[in-house]
Design a protein around this ligand. Structure first.
Ligand code: ZN
Length: 492
């Protein structure tokens, strides 16, 4: 039995008023009791405890965007610079990414493992990732990246290659050959996912099917994913309608309607979460809501990659559950889930006086998106992210005193204060399943600065592959731009 003390408790932000001081008693990964604390220490009295935020869409990318020289590019060009990042040991890469997430207030992440390091075979790499997850200690829904079409843009490779300079064409041809060589047939990818789940599903890890997105997947692979998910009850996560060009592509590729297609193949269900949906239309929202699909909005990523602003109020008004993700592209490139929640709230709170029927986002709704809807997208939980006896012992402790030193009135809504002000600098401790993940603002389980130094040393040794893509950045921008603006987009 362990006990954690705090001056203030936000057991269910947006739904319950703050209480405290309290002691939260924990045993075998669960909260067993919450009692009032008569005499917290000065350090404990400063803290507010709340459920850790979730991040329902990420990739454990190693490098921040500006490091890759990819700033200012739209998604379709950006992806070619990201693909040139140096390869490092996957165990180091995942430890580093999840440690950054934990320091950003994330107690749970949906890790869509689309950026394999590729230094060992894919199954061995997935096992290394699982070990890294257990070492860091946050909860992870691990979506196995499924794709069976080697593509370089939203449309026919041949036509896109024709727009490229000779040097870029050669680089992209080499990449296409390399990705074709490592792609398993659709059925084997489903079997891979099943076997991985058998080996790594644990109290902390839950495997999902993770088709990249429709541009990268055959109809057979999408159908097999839908069947396997229905048979096993396993969840599915996929990118969907992230960019305006993907919208145009999808409208040409699926004349019956792309959401209708997903429904026809049986993919739409409460087990499915779709990342982005920046360009989903009102009639499509209604069908997503009817089927119980969760949409994972990634506001910073959509701004950074020039994809757009998701119509979150319209989605919510249509009855769609909306969760929050960071996509590895938080506004300050720092994995801060608290500030991402704030951006989500301000972007979608509506204009002028309140009109709740419009689906606009209140501070409580923003917490629901970051806490409850993320747990649903990851683990299918209906009532996750509450601190109460019997619930998972997941707790985030913030330095509440330092963010409230100017208050004049008693009784202000603590959830509103946290939503308005909290950021990663306020994070003191993160506890997941009763275990310290962050203690006194540092990763608890291992020497994180040493691990990061080792990871960066490996990356610097392998940075040559970045040079080629970096030199070709103007060509990438020009070729993808010409292709995406042309009628060739989505053409067969
Ligand atoms: Zn993504």
């Amino acid at each position: 039995m362990k006990a954690f003390a705090a001056g203030h408790l936000l057991a269910e932000p947006g739904h319950q008023k703050v209480s405290g001081p309290v002691t939260v008693a924990v045993s075998e990964g669960r909260v067993v009791a919450i009692a009032s604390h008569p005499s917290p220490s000065a350090a404990e009295a400063r803290l507010v405890a709340l459920p850790p935020l979730g991040n329902a869409h990420d990739h454990a990318r190693l490098f921040r965007n500006a490091t890759l020289g990819a700033g200012g590019l739209p998604f379709e060009a950006w992806t070619h610079l990201v693909a040139s990042a140096p390869q490092v040991d996957a165990g180091l890469a995942v430890r580093d990414a999840l440690a950054r997430a934990a320091l950003g207030g994330q107690g749970a992440m949906l890790l869509h493992y689309t950026r394999a390091q590729g230094l060992v075979d894919p199954f061995a790499e997935a096992l290394q990732a699982a070990q890294a997850i257990e070492a860091v200690g946050i909860r992870v829904a691990y979506a196995v990246a499924l794709r069976d079409l080697p593509v370089i843009g939203p449309g026919a490779n041949k036509q896109l290659l024709a727009q490229c300079s000779p040097a870029l064409r050669q680089m992209l041809r080499e990449r296409l050959a390399a990705s074709t060589a490592t792609m398993l047939p659709a059925r084997e990818q489903i079997a891979f996912t099943r076997e991985l789940a058998r080996q790594i599903d644990s109290p902390l890890i839950r495997v999902q099917y993770g088709p990249y997105g429709l541009e990268w997947c055959s109809t057979e692979l999408i159908e097999l994913t839908a069947q396997a998910s229905a048979e096993e009850g396993r969840r599915v996560h996929m990118h969907f309608l992230e960019t305006p060009y993907q919208r145009t592509w999808a409208d040409r590729r699926y004349p019956q309607g792309v959401v209708r297609f997903l429904d026809d193949v049986g993919l739409l269900s409460p087990r499915l979460s779709l990342a982005h949906c920046t360009h989903v239309r009102p009639d499509e929202m209604a069908l997503l809501a009817e089927r119980g699909v969760t949409v994972v909005s990634n506001p910073s990523s959509n701004l950074v990659l020039k994809s757009g602003v998701a119509r979150v109020p319209a989605l919510r008004a249509a009855g769609v559950r909306v969760a929050l993700g960071l996509d590895g592209l938080a506004l300050d490139e720092d994995d801060d889930a608290l500030r991402e929640m704030r951006l989500f709230m301000h972007l979608h709170k509506g204009w002028g006086f309140a009109n709740p029927a419009s689906g606009e986002v209140s501070p409580g709704d923003a917490f629901d998106a970051a806490l409850k809807a993320t747990r649903h997208a990851m683990f299918g939980l209906e009532d996750g992210a509450v601190i109460r006896p019997g619930a998972p012992a997941d707790l985030l402790f913030l330095d509440y005193a330092s963010m409230t030193d100017d208050l004049l009135l008693d009784g202000l809504d603590a959830a509103e204060l946290v939503a308005a002000r909290a950021q990663r600098a306020h994070i003191r401790h993160l506890v997941v399943a009763g275990r310290d993940v962050v203690r006194d603002g540092r990763i608890a389980g291992f020497d994180y600065p040493a691990l990061r130094a080792e990871m960066l040393a490996q990356a610097r040794a392998g940075k040559a592959r970045m040079r080629q893509a970096s030199d070709l950045r103007p060509d990438i921008d020009a070729a993808l731009g010409a292709f995406c603006r042309s009628p060739l987009l989505g053409c067969c």
